[in-house]
Design a binder for this molecule. Structure first.
Ligand code: YXS
Length: 259
C-alpha cells in the first residue's frame, strides 16, 4: 500500500500523504516515497507540487515517527534523519511546493509545512511544535528555518507550551499564507497551482534557489555568490528567457521549454 499517492496532471504534481492508521507519521518509508515522488515530478516536467493529505483528514501529519527516534545518546534530528532529508528535498526542489493543510500538524511536520513555499490552510488546520513533549532538543537548522518564516515570539510560545496554534493566528504568525474555507479550499489551491504552471520554470526555479541560499542567514561566501551568478546566467542565457520576452512583445502566451 502506497504511503504517499502521487498524481501528475496539467504539469501539477500532487503528493497525498496516505498512512491514516499512523496519522501520516513521517516514517523512513513514507519520507522515501515522498522524496521519490518529488524526483518523479522533476523528471516528468511538472511545474508545481502540491503536498496534501486525504481530503477530510483530521490529522495532516503526526510528525516524526516516534518509534523510529533513536535511543538516548544519539542526535534524534541528525543531518541524515528522514525528516531532515524530506525538508531538504522540499527546499531544494526547483518547483514551488504548495502545502495544502487540513487537520492537525505535529512536531517536525510543522517544520516541513513551514518549509513549503506556499502553505494554504483550511479552517481546521492547526500546528503544534512538540519536542518539549518528548524531550527532543530541536536542531539549530530547524529552529533557524522556522524563525526565518514565523514570528519569533509565536515560535517561542509554540516550542515552550507545545500547544497548537490555529486558524487566523497561524496565518498572522506567518505559518500559513492563506486560510481558505472548506468549500473553496480545493479550487483555491489548484487555481494557484495552475497559475504557477503557466510561468517560466527556469525563472521560478532560480528565484527559489536564490531565496534558499540567501535565507541561510550567513554572509555570502565567494562560492555562494558565484553559484548564484551562475544560476542567474543559466536563465538569462536561456531560450526560455528569449521566448518570454518575445512572447510578450508578440502578445501571445509563451511556450516554455525549460531550456
Ligand atoms: O496504537 P497504534 O498502533 O494504533 O498507533 C497509534 C499511535 O501510536 C500512532 N502514532 C504515531 N506513531 C509514531 N509516531 C507518531 N508521531 C505517531 N502519532 C500517532 O498512530 C496510531 C493512532 O494514534 P492515536 O490513537 O494517538 O490517534 P488520535 O487520533 O487519537 O491522536 C492523533 C494525535 C496526532 C493527536 C496523536 O497520535 C499524537 O499526539 N501523536 C504524537 C504527536 C507528536 O507529538 N508528534 C511529534 C513527533 S516527534 C517530532 O516530530 C520531532 C522529533 S520533535 O519532537 O522534535 O518535534
Amino acid at each position: 500500500m502506497a504511503l504517499v499517492i502521487c498524481s501528475l496532471e496539467d504539469r501539477i504534481g500532487t503528493l497525498t500523504l496516505h498512512h491514516p492508521e499512523r496519522r501520516n507519521a513521517l516514517s523512513t518509508a513514507l519520507i522515501g516515497e515522498l522524496i521519490a515522488g518529488i524526483d518523479t515530478f522533476k523528471r516528468e516536467g511538472a511545474r508545481v507540487v502540491i503536498l496534501r493529505a486525504l481530503s477530510g483528514t483530521k490529522v495532516w501529519s503526526a510528525g516524526h515517527d516516534i518509534s523510529e527516534l533513536p535511543k538516548s545518546g544519539r542526535d534524534p534530528l541528525a543531518y541524515d534523519d528522514p525528516l531532515e532529508r524530506a525538508i531538504r528535498a522540499v527546499r531544494e526542489c526547483p518547483l514551488p511546493v504548495i502545502a495544502m493543510i487540513e487537520g492537525s500538524v505535529w512536531g517536525g511536520a510543522c517544520e516541513l509545512v513551514i518549509c513549503c513555499d506556499i502553505p494554504i490552510g483550511a479552517p481546521n488546520a492547526s500546528f503544534a511544535l512538540t519536542p518539549a513533549k518528548i524531550g527532543v532538543p530541536y536542531n539549530p537548522a530547524g529552529i533557524l528555518r522556522i524563525t526565518n518564516e514565523v514570528d519569533v515570539s509565536v515560535v517561542k510560545e509554540m516550542f515552550f507550551t507545545a500547544l497548537p496554534i490555529a486558524g487566523e493566528r497561524a496565518r498572522e504568525a506567518g505559518i500559513l499564507n492563506h486560510l481558505v474555507s472548506h468549500e473553496d479550499f480545493e479550487r483555491f489551491t489548484y487555481d494557484m497551482a495552475k497559475s504557477i504552471a503557466q510561468l517560466s520554470p527556469l525563472s521560478i526555479s532560480v528565484i527559489k534557489e536564490q531565496m534558499r541560499l540567501l535565507g541561510n542567514a550567513h554572509p555570502l561566501t565567494p562560492e555562494t555568490f558565484e553559484r548564484i551568478q551562475g544560476l542567474r546566467r543559466h536563465v538569462y542565457d536561456s531560450k526560455d528567457y528569449q521566448e518570454g520576452v518575445t512572447a510578450f512583445l508578440e502578445k501571445r502566451k509563451p511556450n516554455w521549454t525549460g531550456r
